[in-house]
Design a binder for this molecule. Structure first.
Ligand code: URP
Ligand code: ZN
Ligand code: ZN
Length: 475
């Protein structure tokens, strides 16, 4: 058989194995793995390189409307471009609903933003902010059947937070339709209480964002979310976990046999609340929720990754420009941390940080790295085995890595739409040097070689992880 491309001489790693072999690619798919594969239109020399499944970042925010006056720094073009430079072949952004909006219309609006503009493949989770009868009874089940098989709900944020009753109703629809619920677990009332008191005390600098959302805020909401999911007998993904107490809530649920899954992110491994203390609003660069915490919490997140309490490592890329009145330096933000937009960029740095700090320092194996950054995302969100692995028949979504390349992360190296990286000056060893989506290079030798619009929308299956445990008959 003649292939379109053969990647020759590399070391291939999947979530389970590491082996020397060539990869034969035909019609965008992996057609053969082995030695002496024969001829191809192009032979790519990967001698001395790692050949890994392209990263799937299942938690990113692109072109998401914010409060009036605030503009997200990435659209689908710049966000997927940066993701590709960071070794990713697919991202899953959120289609965010506002109260009163039709969920179907929201999804259509996101398609209008994404379709024809992406460099790598994309699929959407939905965000349910309006748990009305119409949305839950009609729109949501129809959308799940159409391949939008996961959605996020918020326990905090003005205009987004759902009440416990609403969360239960949403979870019941997930159980009936087979969708996977993701949850942002922070106690909204506790944050409001603390924020009001901090403001009255004149403690309004960005650093107090972390003070307003201490660990109990996250731990309580995590416990409550798990309890609500247990009542409904619905699987639950707790996203962006930042500390030991929340991690232990998830572990305890897993040990009880509940289908509760966890995700953590680079900011909880390498940043701390001290980063929010920068002078002259510099701390705004690190304002995200939950906030980065301390060294003990970083260790807890490593424990959660190593002990498989967390199955996903995502970026929660939520980009705002820093030096911009429509971004982190919105004028109202100087009056209180309350108004500083929440979220930090990271889609391009997620993989190098985990590779360097995890694989490079012996905290996780190369196979665990692949699982945490690609395979588990595909399995969790109904994309496997089409995506997330190197296997015959899978899409040829591949990142070629130079495991020895030393890079000092700097904004000048980034390709997203922001004007800063929270990881400026952070040194990593290991860098993706080429990214291929469905057999075509998108990034090669440090250059963007793929065309905008090559990235496609991918409709998803229902996740096998979303099947209820069958513990409780829902009356
Ligand atoms: O601060 C954060 N994480 N912003 C992004 C939105 C979210 O909650 O994931
Ligand atoms: Zn969130
Ligand atoms: Zn997020």
């Amino acid at each position: 058989m003649a292939f379109d491309t053969i990647i020759r001489g590399g070391t291939v790693a999947t979530a389970s194995d590491t082996f020397a072999c060539d990869v034969g690619i035909a019609a965008g798919r992996i057609a053969a793995l082995g030695a002496d594969l024969g001829s191809a239109g192009e032979i790519v020399d990967a001698t001395g390189r790692l050949v890994l499944p392209g990263g799937i970042d299942s938690h990113v925010h692109l072109a998401q409307p914010s409060v009036p006056g605030i503009v997200m720094a990435d659209d689908f073009e710049s966000g997927t471009r940066a993701a590709a430079f960071g070794g990713n072949t697919m991202v899953l952004p959120f289609a965010l609903q506002r109260k009163g909006q039709s969920l179907r219309q929201v999804v259509n609006d996101y398609h209008a933003k994404a379709d024809g503009n992406c460099h790598i493949d994309v699929s959407f989770h939905m965000i349910i902010a309006d748990a009305s009868d119409r949305v839950l009874g009609q729109e949501l089940p129809a959308l799940v059947n159409d391949g939008y098989t996961s959605f996020k709900v918020f326990m905090t944020y003005e205009g987004l937070a759902l009440s416990d009753l609403e969360i239960l109703n949403v979870m019941a629809v997930a159980r009936e339709t087979g969708a996977l619920v993701m949850i942002h677990a922070e106690n909204y009332d506790a944050i409001r209480f603390l924020t009001d008191r901090l403001e009255r005390a004149g403690k309004t600098a960005p650093a107090f964002h972390a003070t307003s959302r201490p660990i109990p805020v996250e731990r309580e909401a995590t416990h409550r979310a798990i309890s609500l999911a247990e009542l409904v007998d619905v699987p639950l993904m707790i996203v962006h976990v930042s500390n030991r107490e929340a991690m232990e809530e998830i572990r305890r649920a897993q040990q009880k046999g509940l289908k509760v899954y966890g995700e953590t992110c680079p900011q909880y491994l390498v940043l701390t609340a001290r980063d929010l203390e920068g002078l002259n609003m510099e701390g705004a660069k690190y304002v995200c929720s939950p906030p980065p915490r301390d060294a003990a919490s970083q260790q807890a997140c490593w424990d959660g990754l190593q002990q498989k309490v967390f199955s996903l490592f995502s970026s929660d890329h939520c980009p705002f420009r820093y030096d911009d009145p429509h971004g982190k330096l919105v004028p109202r933000g100087r009056t209180s941390f309350r108004w500083v937009p929440n979220g930090i960029p990271g889609v391009e740095t997620r993989l190098p940080i985990l590779f360097s700090e995890g694989v490079g320092r012996g905290r996780i194996s190369l196979n665990e790295f692949v699982a945490l950054t690609a395979t588990n995302h595909a399995k969790t969100y109904g994309l496997y085995p089409r995506k997330g692995t190197i296997a015959v028949g899978s899409d040829a979504d591949i990142a070629i890595w130079d495991a020895a390349r030393e890079v000092t992360i700097a904004q000048s190296l980034m390709h997203d739409g922001t004007d800063y990286t929270p990881y400026e000056g952070f040194k990593v060893t290991g860098w993706p040097i080429a990214t291929m989506v469905r057999g075509s290079f998108v990034v090669r030798d440090g250059k963007l070689v793929g065309a905008k619009g090559f990235g496609r929308y991918v409709s998803r299956e229902k996740s096998p992880l979303a099947v209820p445990a069958g513990r409780v008959p829902l009356v």
